[in-house]
Every structure is written in C-alpha cells, then in structure tokens.
Ligand binder design. Structure first.
Ligand SMILES: O=C(O)[C@H](CS(=O)(=O)O)OP(=O)(O)O
Ligand code: MG
Length: 242
C-alpha cells in the first residue's frame, strides 16, 4: 500500500484521496455534519452556489463560504467552524464554496475512487476510513492557500500519516516524509496552527477562535464522504457523513 502526501493538489489520484484544509474548509465541513446537516454540496464557484437558491424560492439549502476569509455577499454563513458548531443544521443541506478547500475537492473528484474530507478534528476517524477503503494508494492532499503550501495542512497531513502508519505497512513518498517531519517538530496542534501564515491572517481578522477550534485533535468521528448520485446538481460534489 502506498501513502502519498501532496503538499498542494496535483490530480491523478487512482484510489483514495483525503483532502485536508484545516483552516478552515474541511474543519467547517465536519462541523456542519456534526451539527446535523443532511449533506454538503461543494460548488465549483460562488455563482453555482447562489444559483441553487433563486430569490423567492423555498429550497433546503443554506449557503456557507468566504472570499478573503470573509463571508460572501448573499451567503448565510462564512467559513467559520465556530459559527457552524453553534447552529443546528438538521434537515438542511449546506452549500459550500471557499477559496482553497472546495476547489481541492473538485480536483480530487476528477480521478479519485473514494474522496474524504479530513481536518485535525476528525483525523483519527478519517485515517481509519481511508485505510478501510484503500486497495493501492492513499493520497493525502493539502489544499494550501492560493496555490502556496500551508503549514497547517502539512502538519495535519503528518498527523494523518502517523495514524495510518500505526495501522499497517505503507511505502511512503517524500511528501509523507516532509509531513511527518513537520508534525514531529511542529509542537502541539495549536502551536502549529498559530505559527502558520494563515493562522496569523485569521487571527488578524479577529478569527482566532476558529484557529483554536481547528486545533482540536480527533474530537469528531464524522468523515465527510463523497457520495456520487444522480440527484447531485451540476458543478457540485455531494458529501455526506461517513
Ligand atoms: O476561510 C479560509 O480560511 C480560507 C480563505 S482565505 O485564505 O482566508 O482567503 O479558505 P479555505 O478554502 O478554507 O482555505
Ligand atoms: Mg485553507
């Protein structure tokens, strides 16, 4: 079994793909499902999200997402796991569009057989699901920030790699070796996230509680899982709780 870590999304994934965007899309996705959402629809663009809810029409959709870290006009929520964790989404489908994480999921879905969303908050459960589904390769894919490597994602990839290596034999690539080194030398999760460029950016925006929330290690057993069915709207990916 191969274990690969892509420090940025590259595509060409033959088997299992685990998308990591700790700050904040995948952490927030886990929180929506944890708080009862039926499903998440990750859209290709904000416009696709807005079109799912034409003005004056009643739909089961709530919209969450950001640009520049701040809520998108016309959306109900930003991209905040703390905001998500304070709501009840029972009976709702949350439509998400974010700068990095939702695009990474679309890249993964082009080829991956099984696609999961992982954060620090669900790391152990995500590693277990990935191991159970994989037949040849697990690719942990860091979303990064605006096509630049993000320390927070590489650290979380190292946490996932540690869990996986404790579950069995893998041949690992240099991306996995880098992630493991970052994990082993990066301090505790809050120190690692707090020292990342994006963690500092969110703190400057007054969103340090999101950084603290995202540093919670394996606090959830929910694993957002790509669910391919005919009812999924065009240019969206449906994730349900696994
Ligand atoms: O909301 C976030 O944390 C980022 C957006 S930005 O880098 O602050 O513009 O989005 P994500 O897709 O969750 O990385
Ligand atoms: Mg991010």
């Amino acid at each position: 079994m191969r274990l690969r870590v892509d420090l940025l999304p590259h595509g060409n994934y033959p088997d299992v793909v685990v998308i990591v965007d700790v700050l904040r899309a995948t952490t927030t996705a886990v929180a929506y499902l944890e708080r009862g959402a039926d499903a998440l629809l990750l859209t290709a663009t904000p416009e696709v999200a807005l079109a799912l809810r034409p003005e004056g029409e009643s739909t089961p959709y709530l919209l969450g997402g950001e640009r520049g870290g701040l809520p998108i006009p016309g959306f109900d929520f930003g991209n905040s796991p703390v905001e998500a964790a304070g709501q009840n989404f029972t009976g709702k489908t949350v439509v998400m569009n974010t700068t990095n994480g939702t695009g990474a999921a679309h890249t993964a879905a082009h080829s991956g057989k099984h696609v999961f969303l992982a954060a620090l908050t669900n790391a152990h459960a995500a590693a277990r699901r990935a191991r159970a589904a994989a037949t040849e390769e697990i690719a942990i894919v860091c979303a990064g920030t605006d096509n630049h490597v993000g320390l927070e994602d590489v650290y979380a990839a190292g946490v996932l790699a540690e869990y996986l290596l404790a579950m069995g034999e893998f041949s690992v690539d240099d991306g996995a070796r880098i992630a493991l080194t970052v994990r082993r030398n990066g301090g505790n999760p809050l120190e690692a996230l707090g020292s990342s460029g994006h963690g500092a950016h969110l703190t400057r925006l007054g969103l340090s509680e999101d950084v603290r929330y995202a540093a919670g290690l394996s606090t959830s057993t929910i694993v957002p899982t790509l669910t391919r069915d005919d009812s999924t709207p065009d240019q969206t990916l449906k994730f349900t709780a696994g």
